[in-house]
Design a protein around this ligand. Structure first.
Ligand code: 13P
Length: 257
């Protein structure tokens, strides 16, 4: 079986003005040095206002850019919305869909995420589909059921390893400093890996990247990234500063782990 190349993705959420370009420059400069050579892809998902500018800064580097959401249609009367094609036009190669903050703030449901994922694929981009349970669901012992339901409801059968990534983000772990245990993450990721076989083609089921997200930081990145079936991270707060994001990416530099 071919090795899965991990992905470390930063989700800036609603943070970042033009001056935040300096963080991206710092990441770019560090990644271009010979001694900092992670065995992982690096993606930054800034607010949409910054994508075009940052895309010029990271041209010809290994860093990619992504959006944080998109509308399902190509264009039309949808004030305030952005299509996947527009994100591609601005320089994005990926789009996060179904983040729990979108599900909560905007009432997005699995069927919406499913349509958005198809829209991302239509535009030739990679969808990062977020799933994860609430604290109450975890306490009630429903984690596996909830995550499984979200996975089946959000992931089109046409999804491929090259255009889709799944991010498991327990809602109670986002921005709280809390994380599930290593065993709990391994259990959920193992279940996702198994369920993929019933949804997508077998090569994609085996190779699709499964990210963990929720309070990933410098101090826990190496431990979390070493868990079976964890193929990278979706990082919120710690992706906003170059130093902490680079520290997480460094979990994938072989002589440091
Ligand atoms: P934090 O890393 O800030 O917990 O956020 C995780 C997240 O929501 C990434 O999408």
């Amino acid at each position: 079986m071919t090795q899965i190349r991990p992905l470390v993705a930063g989700n800036w959420k609603m943070n970042g003005l033009k001056c935040a370009a300096s963080e991206v420059l710092a990441i770019r400069d560090r990644l271009s040095t010979a001694e900092f050579n992670p065995e992982a892809d690096v993606l930054i998902c800034p607010p949409v206002t910054l994508i075009a500018t940052l895309s010029d800064l990271i041209a010809d580097t290994s860093i990619s850019l992504g959006g944080q959401d998109c509308h399902g249609e190509i264009s039309g009367a949808h004030t305030g919305d952005i299509s996947a094609e527009m994100l591609a036009d601005a320089g994005a190669s990926a789009v996060i869909v179904g983040h729990s903050e979108r599900r909560t703030d905007h009432g997005e449901r699995d069927k919406d995420i499913y349509l958005k994922t198809l829209a991302v694929h239509r535009a030739g981009l990679m969808a990062i589909i977020c799933i994860g349970e609430t604290e109450a669901e975890r306490r009630a012992g429903q984690t596996l059921d909830v995550v499984k339901r979200q996975l089946h409801g959000s992931l089109p059968t046409s999804a491929l390893v090259i255009n889709t990534v799944i991010a498991y983000e327990p809602i109670w772990a986002i921005g709280t400093g809390l994380t599930p245990t290593v065993d709990d993450i391994a259990e959920v990721h193992g279940m996702i890996r198994q369920e993929l076989a019933a949804i997508v083609d077998s090569a994609s089921a085996e190779q699709m990247r499964l990210l963990y997200g929720g309070s990933v930081k410098l101090s826990n990145a190496a431990e979390l990234m070493a868990i079976e079936n964890v193929n990278g991270a979706l990082v919120g707060g710690a992706s906003l500063q170059a130093e902490s994001f680079l520290g997480i990416i460094a979990a994938y530099i072989s002589d440091q782990t």
